[in-house]
Design a protein around this ligand. Structure first.
Ligand SMILES: Cc1cc2nc3c(=O)[nH]c(=O)nc-3n(C[C@H](O)[C@H](O)[C@H](O)COP(=O)(O)O)c2cc1C
Length: 338
């Protein structure tokens, strides 16, 4: 029988990473700098700082120092292995991570990292997690020595892979196949999603869009308001033609991108609409039509801008309440939301 307060939400992930709640704030380009990452970690989840948003090693090193000054809780750093116009030299970030110290966890996302990069991190006792969009990639990640994998379904915001798989099908299969803990991601924005992921055998969840629309998120309020009004049909996938499928908010720039791709436009034309500099500008100035913004289908259940700590705490409380109701055989009234 379920008992409230029985540490239901202590899992292999909370234990492995030394965090209070089985929730990870996903790396978000231009969002998860030191302040936002610290807000997530200070709320008892695991914040992941983006390295790729710092174009120089020096800038990244300063950000790392700032982050360490803002939280004494565990946090992670993301190394970006996605194809990029300006490819990252992850060796520079790695040197900064090892030189500065204090980074206990590194997440990689995108393609398979070089084995030497992983072995250097492992030699320093750093825990490794990888974000995967297929079961096959998760199996390979375990073989490569990762300590945990995030299985990211195509409902989510971001690079969702080209196969369009959902976390509902991938998570249980990964749980059956792997020994390392599995984290579920893609379309999770409240305690119902957290409870569902735990029911599938995930040991935690990773969330992005829910936190993009938080009080501390450093994007313009006008953009937050416009996105809050969106629902689950207001996302679209772009960049499939260059094998880099990205789920984004369906705004004029995204629709223009889809049109260009359908017409077989050259990448030089497409990049004029999807350039990261336009997105960054949009985050700062609030013009909702200026560029593309990564966004999840869970946008439909995000109805309020709330502080990060309330979002995280609320998810945990809601998931615990659902577990209690399920244990009591009471399936009524699971209608709250974020
Ligand atoms: C605005 C935004 C920017 C993102 N940027 C990155 C990124 O730079 N690197 C990365 O690996 N994932 C990135 N993601 C994906 C998230 O880390 C996470 O995997 C995803 O948001 C989870 O799905 P959800 O949005 O349904 O919660 C981004 C997501 C959002 C919403």
């Amino acid at each position: 029988m379920y008992e409230r307060g029985r540490d239901l939400l202590k899992t292999r992930i909370t234990e492995l990473f030394g965090i209070e709640h089985p929730i990870i704030g996903g790396c978000m380009q231009w969002i998860t700098g030191p302040e936002f990452t610290a807000a997530v970690s200070n709320a008892g989840a695991l914040g992941i700082m983006s390295s790729a948003m710092f174009p120089t090693q020096e800038g990244f090193r300063d950000a790392l120092r700032e982050l360490k000054g803002l939280t004494d809780k565990p946090f992670a750093v993301n190394l970006n292995l996605f194809p990029a116009l300006r490819p990252m030299d992850n060796e520079l970030y790695l040197d900064a991570i090892l030189g500065e110290g204090g980074v206990g966890i590194v997440e990689t996302s995108g393609s398979r990292p070089p084995a030497e990069l992983l072995s250097r991190l492992k030699e320093h006792g750093i825990l490794l997690m990888h974000k995967c969009t297929s079961v096959h990639h998760a199996v390979v990640a375990e073989e490569m020595g990762y300590d945990a994998v995030t299985v990211f379904g195509s409902e989510g915001g971001g690079h969702i892979g080209n196969a369009g798989l959902t976390f509902l099908s991938m998570v249980p299969r990964c749980v059956d196949l792997l020994k390392i803990p599995v984290i579920a991601a893609g379309g999770i924005a409240d305690g119902r999603g957290l409870a569902a992921a735990l029911a599938l055998g995930a040991q935690g969840v990773l969330i992005g869009t829910r936190l993009l629309l938080s009080e501390e998120s450093p994007i313009h309020d006008d953009l937050k308001s416009r996105m809050l009004a969106a629902c689950e049909t207001d996302t679209v996938t772009v960049l499939g033609t260059v094998h880099n499928t990205l789920r984004v908010w369906k705004n004029p720039a995204a629709e223009k991108t889809a049109e260009l791709e359908a017409a077989g436009a050259a990448f030089e034309e497409i990049i004029k609409v999807v350039a990261g500099s336009l997105t960054r500008n949009m985050f700062e100035m609030g013009d909702p039509d200026a560029g593309i913004v990564v966004c999840s289908q869970d946008i439909g259940i995000i109805n309020e801008i709330r502080p990060v700590s309330e979002i995280i705490g609320g998810m945990v409380e809601e998931a615990e309440a659902i577990a209690g109701r399920l244990a009591a055989g009471d399936l009524s009234d699971v209608q709250e939301g974020g």
